[in-house]
Write a protein that binds this ligand. Sequence first.
Ligand SMILES: C[S@@+](CC[C@H](N)C(=O)[O-])C[C@H]1O[C@@H](n2cnc3c(N)ncnc32)[C@H](O)[C@@H]1O
Length: 235
Amino acid sequence: MSELDPRLAAIAGLIPFGSRVADIGTDHALLPVSLVKTGRASLVVATDLNEKPYQTALHHVLEAGVNGQVEVRRGDGLEPLRPGEVDVVVIAGMGGNTMAGVLERSPEVLAGVTRLVLQPMSDPGDLRLWLVHSGWRLADEELVRDDGKFYIIIAAEPGEEPCRDGFMLEIGPVLLEKCSPYLVEYLEKIKGDYQRVLSGLARSRSDEAMDKAIALTSRLARITEVISRCRQGAV
Ligand SMILES: C[S@@+](CC[C@H](N)C(=O)[O-])C[C@H]1O[C@@H](n2cnc3c(N)ncnc32)[C@H](O)[C@@H]1O
């Protein structure tokens, strides 16, 4: 796994050894090549919607000599997959709502999948909400910091998620439970985002802005309390 950056290495770490994996939106195919070389995956279907990344992936897979174990296909979301073909679906580097849309469109492929490993670039709370309302439980999460940026990686498995609290789903119930080393910094960043949105809303007099401000003020109080408990190591 040594050639992977911390984000991709953390994604790989959430894939059970020997899995049959699909990497949706693979681009460079760095992850599939590493997964088969390290034995994490017995085979990978690597897909991409666009011609240029599809060609880049094909080239990298051939160059790495793993074309017997990594098949590159071009197509939208899970559409290039046949039901029952893979155990684990990875989607990394897209927005959380785009990922939810991709998953929503292919229930017949998802029916045979035992784990999703998702690394949303935005809106992780919306993605968690979609997961828990679509028959997935939050099995594990990682918080990675690389080059000054935070990355969240969510592993979900079929089942009932006990957490249904919108605020907790926004910040990540598993991240809180695991108390990652970067958790306080990450929560402070979210708190800063809440404060910025609140000061924008304060300039508006509309009823909608008032309602949003009330909801956000409550979230601000909750996140302040969570940060204080994290600092005391009492989460
Ligand atoms: C930012 S790159 C992420 C690459 C890689 N997964 C990673 O995390 O390093 C996003 C890739 O997703 C592809 N993509 C975007 N929408 C897609 C879709 N609906 N289905 C398949 N691939 C898609 C893009 O062409 C692009 O190569």
